[in-house]
Ligand binder design. Structure first.
Ligand code: GDP
Length: 195
């Protein structure tokens, strides 16, 4: 589906370090432990492409991956990491803001929401930040296999309710399980068909 190599390009800590803006880009954002690394690995079919992000030292980096010849997959630092020092949080928030508002090649931002928890206050912050950016953003619900049908439906409804307050959000959400493979093909197809 993504013709060409899928590989790590570089970790970036400032806007000046970004690779040339010569490819269509999609980025992934989410709370620490939301299942972002697992999703990226499932999506790319590479077991260890994205490493678990709960290492404090890695939380400030924007990680770039080549997704075939024509796309970049951008793994944004996990937010809401409980033990992160205030100064580090402030630094990554500034970088994230610059990135979301200033990256012309960014076609879609996927915001990951844990199906067990729905949209939390810390997620609202990122949705509000995205409202002010020019990029289309879309919610991807993760770990769907971890909840029963009732919780799933209730939390999907909660997310849809939250999105109604964010008119710039893409109206459809994608429910996924990296563990079971649910929604992965759908997400892949969305990324592959973006222009
Ligand atoms: P990150 O911090 O957002 O990169 O999260 P990880 O991908 O490292 O996942 C955090 C934890 O959730 C790990 O223990 C994963 O094995 C688990 N996890 C991630 N995705 C899924 C999923 O789809 N289903 C289940 N059951 N567990 C998952």
């Amino acid at each position: 589906l993504f013709a060409g190599p899928i590989e790590f390009v570089k970790g970036v800590v400032s806007m000046s370090g970004l690779p040339p803006a010569d490819r269509l880009e999609v980025c992934f954002a989410g709370r620490s432990n939301v299942g972002k690394s697992s999703l990226i690995n499932a999506l790319t079919g590479r077991k260890n492409l994205a490493r678990a992000s709960n290492t404090p030292g890695r939380t400030q980096e924007i990680n770039y991956f080549a997704l075939g010849e024509s796309r970049h997959l951008v793994d944004l630092p996990g937010y809401g990491y409980a033990e992160a020092p205030v100064a580090i949080v402030a630094k990554w928030q500034a970088l994230l803001k610059q990135f979301l508002q200033g990256r012309a090649t960014l076609r879609r931002a996927f915001v990951l929401i844990d199906t067990r928890h729905g949209v939390k206050a810390v997620d609202e912050e990122i949705l509000t930040l995205l409202d002010k950016s020019a990029v289309t953003f879309q919610v991807v619900m993760t770990k769907a296999d971890k909840v029963n049908r009732e919780t799933r439906e209730a939390n999907i409804a909660q997310v849809m309710g939250a999105l109604a307050r964010h008119p710039a959000a893409y109206p459809e959400i994608i429910v996924t399980s990296s563990e079971k493979g649910e929604g992965i093909e759908t997400l892949r197809a969305i990324i592959a068909t973006l222009e």
